[in-house]
Design a protein around this ligand. Sequence first.
Ligand code: ADP
Ligand code: MG
Length: 338
Amino acid sequence: MTDEPLLQIRDLVTEFRTESGTVRALKGVDLTVESGQTVALVGESGSGKSVTSLSVMRLIPAASGSITAGQILFRGRDGTVTDLARQPERAMRDIRGNEISMIFQEPMTSLNPTLKVGVQIAEAAWLHQGVTGSAARKRAEEMLALVEIPDAKRRADAYPHELSGGMRQRVMIAMALVCRPSLLIADEPTTALDVTVQLQILDLIRRLQREIGMGVLFITHNLGVVAELADRVAVMYSGRIVETATTDDLFDRPSHPYTRGLLASMPVIDHAARKRGEIARLNEIPGSVPDPANPPAGCDFNPRCSWMVDDCRKAVPPLFDVKGDHKSRCLRWSELNV
Ligand SMILES: Nc1ncnc2c1ncn2[C@@H]1O[C@H](COP(=O)(O)OP(=O)(O)O)[C@@H](O)[C@H]1O
Ligand SMILES: [Mg+2]
């Protein structure tokens, strides 16, 4: 039983109804996160990363979209595995913010501007664990200290707008972790912050992950962050995982042209250039993510791919085994690293 992964997404399909018809945002996603592991989900904007995380949290707005196929198997604290795709909303309310927490790019979307931050953290502890009064207040202060907010006792009485962006992000992390979740989903949590604060927040997440022992699904379009933080990487393109591997294998032997493109477009960390105010970004992948209402035939990446052959237009390639659990959805994976 305990051998079951913490999170196992199987062949997940999430669709939206739009004016131009049904848009299939996730076209059969497979993704696994083990306890204590950090898995990075990477890909350009519009590839389906946020829809994946919102599907796991069951926060896809019912008015516009739904999960139409697949499973989201989650191992709870008591060891039983449930399919989140089929849980009633009532059960999800017990899981969200408790066993699974999420942090977002913009803390103001999850913080209440009219409540002191200490009260908001205490509320999460009350809601899921029944901690009340001074005990809840103390938990809030402990959490603020844990996320390295200086003078936590006093800061607990601050309103969100009285804090800097970096401090608000720490508060959101404190709120997410107060119930010690077994899974944290972080959706581009540092993208809005300046580089120095980003590094501090990433260090914080890494430290808390070790302390709490949680699994982390870390969504980012920044491969520098991936190299720093992740044990495994899943590369997403147009609603599908196109490559997955350990972080080392992915950087050593990228086996999908899209992954190679992402790696080639990594900003060069050139401190001298940065001091001069230049950001060196090389080899942007030409073209753009396909319109989900009108995807190309066959491999979704074929219109942008320099390795494209006729067969790439005929069918969506399966995930090929590169080596061990390194997989690539490219017909020509074996030619890419010779
Ligand atoms: N509310 C929505 N209504 C219609 N389509 C949506 C909605 N949310 C997301 N999508 C579609 O899903 C695709 C993936 O979006 P998203 O997961 O937000 O990408 P990202 O990888 O940048 O997080 C988008 O290109 C969009 O077409
Ligand atoms: Mg997103």
